[in-house]
Design a protein around this ligand. Structure first.
Ligand SMILES: N[C@@H](CCC(=O)N[C@@H](CS)C(=O)NCC(=O)O)C(=O)O
Length: 235
């Protein structure tokens, strides 16, 4: 497009997958220069409150002074404004609908916070549900993205890859270590496993996604902190 753009990303720095990471990876994939503005979520800046008065959350993309909030909406905006390759969404309306359907499934079903905080029977129940949801996703990949490889968007990661990549599923090894159970089983989830491997080896993802050990420690610290804050919960 060749326009002179000022792009600012208000985000939370973290080594772990997060909505901010989706946007960072999309900007890097498209080669869009941007300024990263680190928010302290315990003490939100006036700018963040002004740019996202509804949810008061990050990420917020500010393009030439105009704010866009909600990571999935930001991804669509990036693809629509910077129309050049790599495209994040497919051209075909049905394929786009499938991408949005599975992105919604991932946002609703592959959340790991409750699983990570759980213990005992609750943990066993949530672990089982998590594995079942991964199996549903595996079938979905087989049915709706069969020609696409190594990413769900084809040769380069796209919208759905970024949504899945910034979900807990992409850091499954860290979660498995904390929960003490296998969640992604290569024999049962071969397509998902191949996808995780391709994502982990992608240079832009590698530079943006955290080290496994760092992630485990951060989650354990978070759990400990929560246990102190909520002494009556079984942590
Ligand atoms: N649906 C939002 C979720 C954004 C979100 O949860 N952001 C968190 C950081 S990862 C946040 O800003 N939390 C601050 C708060 O809840 O006050 C998106 O995808 O952009």
């Amino acid at each position: 497009m060749g326009d002179v753009s000022e792009v600012k990303l208000f985000g939370k720095w973290s080594g772990s997958p997060s909505p901010t990471k989706r946007v960072e990876i999309a900007l890097k994939l498209k080669g869009i220069p941007y300024e990263f503005i680190q928010e302290d979520l315990g003490n939100k800046s006036e700018s963040l409150l002004q740019y996202n008065p509804v949810h008061k959350k990050v990420p917020v993309l500010v393009h030439n002074g105009k704010p866009i909030a909600e990571s999935a909406i930001i991804l669509e905006y990036i693809d629509e404004h910077w129309k050049y390759a790599p495209k994040l969404l497919p051209e075909d309306p049905y394929e786009r609908a499938m991408v949005r359907f599975w992105a919604n499934f991932i946002d609703e079903k592959l959340r790991s916070r409750a699983l990570l905080m759980s213990e005992g029977e609750e943990k066993a129940k949530l672990t089982k549900e998590y594995i079942e949801n991964i199996s549903v996703l595996e079938e979905g990949i087989k049915r709706d993205f069969s020609g696409k490889s190594p990413f769900l968007n084809g040769e380069s990661p796209g919208y759905l890859d970024l949504v899945l990549g910034s979900s807990s599923a992409s850091s499954h090894r860290a979660i498995e270590e904390i929960v003490g159970a296998k969640l992604i089983i290569p024999e049962i989830h071969p397509l998902f496993f191949a996808w995780v491997t391709a994502m982990k080896n992608h240079p832009v993802v590698k530079e943006t996604i955290p080290l496994h050990e760092g992630l485990v420690n951060r989650v354990l610290q978070y759990k400990q902190q929560r246990a102190l804050e909520l002494p009556n919960t079984k942590a």
